[in-house]
Design a protein around this ligand. Structure first.
Ligand code: PLP
Length: 361
């Protein structure tokens, strides 16, 4: 069967090999004559799946031993509340670097529980870059600084971590986890919904430094408490068993590709193919500054809404699907996560070249 190239921002493309393996194991996992979906999360058959998933993530991201890895439900959105509920104080404050949609939502949610300060913002320039900060911008009562490492909507990305001194750094890595090497030891908390680059929807990964456990607020729901989830090995209640299994298969695939180093090189190659073309095109352009460009979500425009629409429609007919930009931003967005093959990006660039020729007069 020929498959489309799916540029969806999330849920997103998964490696074909992984889907085929899941299909082959669907009704009989490892000789159990059961599907993974049918297993008790506390069974002998399931136990190695969740253990391996955690071990693979630890290996691929080189997560230091003094960090807990939690495999939870609720998506990144739940973490917008869980982070302040776990590490904020009533008298302290949470700082945010405002890079658009995802940090806005996170800071609004945090403001329900603590004081919020927007330390820097690129709003005035349409969120086309990542603003710089320096450690003297943070007062002593700052509990943590929240950043969105890769902004899925605008297509921006940190190419260098913010200078925040000793302040606990919290990273939303939902759309870039496992896409490039990230120094986990620089963060207090990392979280990521799985459905962009890690697997299917349903799992949220939280990586939390141990010294931050137990600092939760008195009214924090048990389900959202990192210390409780850590103590119970992510099995305080039923974890998203099948999604965890799928994430495990995806991480095994990443390992077979040569790990995060090799994947990062591929991602650099795929994204530069698109940016090189965009920088030289007479029709298409990106608004994102060169020092802040995402490798995962490439946003671009023609400057003419009708032409944008025509492009998205014709691309769809050609088997290049889900290229429409985020609803409030317009234009186009090509999400080229780990599982997007080089051939998909090549086909997109060729299609854009042809479209440019046919629509320039
Ligand atoms: C998609 C996304 C979210 C929201 O994820 P949910 O799992 O739907 O809650 C948050 N942050 C970023 C950076 C995202 O890309």
């Amino acid at each position: 069967m020929e498959r489309v190239f799916n540029f969806s921002a999330g849920p997103a493309v998964m490696p074909l090999e992984v889907l085929e393996q899941a299909a082959a194991e669907m009704t009989n996992y490892n000789g159990t004559t059961m599907s993974v979906m049918e297993m008790s999360h506390r069974s002998k058959a399931y136990e190695p799946i969740i253990k391996d998933a955690e071990a693979l993530l630890r290996e691929l991201m080189a997560i230091p031993d003094n960090y807990k890895v939690l495999l939870l439900q609720g998506g990144a959105w739940t973490q917008f509340a869980a982070v302040p509920l776990n590490i904020s104080t009533p008298e302290g404050k949470a700082c945010f670097i405002d890079t658009g949609v995802w940090t806005n939502k996170a800071s609004k949610e945090a403001s329900l529980y603590t004081n919020v300060e927007i330390t820097a913002s690129s709003e005035a320039d349409g969120y086309t870059y990542i603003p710089q900060v320096s450690k003297d911008m943070f007062s002593e009562d700052t509990d943590y600084l929240h950043i969105c490492y890769n902004n899925t909507v605008y297509g921006t990305r940190y190419t260098k971590l913010p200078d925040c001194g000793d302040i606990t750094l919290v990273g939303d890595l939902s759309s870039c986890i496992l896409s490039e090497n990230i120094d986990v030891s620089k963060f207090g908390v990392i979280f990521a919904g799985a459905q962009k680059n890690l697997g299917p929807a349903g799992v949220t990964v939280v990586i939390v430094r141990e010294d931050l456990l137990g600092k939760h607020r008195s009214f924090t729901p048990s389900m959202l408490r990192y210390d409780i989830q850590a103590k119970n090995g992510s099995m305080f209640n039923t974890p998203p068993t099948y999604s965890i299994y799928m994430c495990k298969l995806c991480m095994e695939w990443v390992k077979r590709q040569g790990g995060v180093d090799a994947i990062q090189q591929l991602n650099e190659r795929k994204s530069s193919m698109l940016y090189n073309y965009l920088d030289n095109s007479k029709l298409f352009f990106t608004k994102v500054r060169p020092d802040s460009r995402s490798m995962m979500n490439v946003t671009f425009f023609t400057g003419n809404e009708e032409l944008d629409k025509k492009f998205v429609a014709e691309a769809q007919t050609a088997g290049l699907v889900n290229l429409k930009g985020y609803r409030t931003l317009g234009g186009m967005r090509a999400s080229i996560y780990n599982a997007m093959p080089v051939a998909g990006v090549e086909k997109l660039v060729t299609f854009m070249e042809d479209f440019e020729k046919n629509n320039m007069n």
